[in-house]
Design a protein around this ligand. Sequence first.
Ligand code: UDP
Length: 319
Amino acid sequence: MRVLITGGAGFLGSHLCDRFLAEGHVVIAMDNLITGSTDNIAHLAGHERFRFIKHDVTNYIFVDDQLDAILHFASPASPVDYLDLPIQTLKVGALGTHKALGLAKDKRAHFLLASTSEVYGDPQVHPQPESYYGHVNPIGPRGVYDEAKRFAEALTMAYQRTHGIETRIVRIFNTYGERMRLRDGRVVPNFIQQALRGEPLTIYGDGSQTRSFQYVSDLVEGIYRLLFSKATEPVNIGNPGEFTIREFAETVNRLTDNQAGIVQRDMRTQDDPQVRQPDISKAKDMLDWRPKIDLEEGLRRTIPWFRQELQRRGELPDT
Ligand code: UDP
């Protein structure tokens, strides 16, 4: 297959490039490099089945070749990023999805949308099945991401119904692993870096809010299966292992041997979800998928990468 991955130089996009190349496909990565980085795909430079195009997908997308699949992963994705880039976030979810769907229609390519657990907002149903419509504040600061992705889902379904395009929608729950941006402000990079520097971990609020963290290789496997499945409506892909942010901080401190403890900060964003846990029954049934890597195992893989990155940047002494 010939696959276009928008956001291909981002955290998830670059892991998808690796997977599709490993399966023997041709991959075109497209990114405007606002939150993505060529560092994430530097190891693919010169690969005969890989090409990178720097382009902002909110503008008309021109690709010469035939395409079999488009994976639309371009978007700021961390709360700090989308609070910094609210208009770009709305534009890439709306205009960018429109352009990518238009390209899929033109090429008769399959289309897979990266959606998010944020479509459920601050949920009042727990855990969250795909049938839950969500609880989103459209005008709050987080609404720029949530509503952009909700619009993107609506547009994707409209293209499926109106133009008969083969579309898939993955609702991604908190994912972590190698190549997360160090300064993206999310809890995983923040805590790991603080721990490696021997600093206290900054819990926002009292730390009783929960998240369910999945390791990146599990997500990539779920997406790969979804693309080749018959699931034409959204599918949650996440790890149901749910932890309070305080428990998560304690785990990071234990695995890094950090003695500096935890501090509470009054920094929760408005509408920060109080709980989040995927119901993955649909992924189990339709994709025969379930996560394989638990939180400790995933962190044991991720922490050394952050250590190396900080050392490479001279921000941590060599060990
Ligand atoms: N959080 C925290 N300390 C940090 C960064 C985040 O306690 O240094 C909290 C944040 O308030 C939220 C949770 O961790 O409740 C997850 O935040 P993140 O930004 O990783 O992503 P979200 O799941 O909110 O999209």
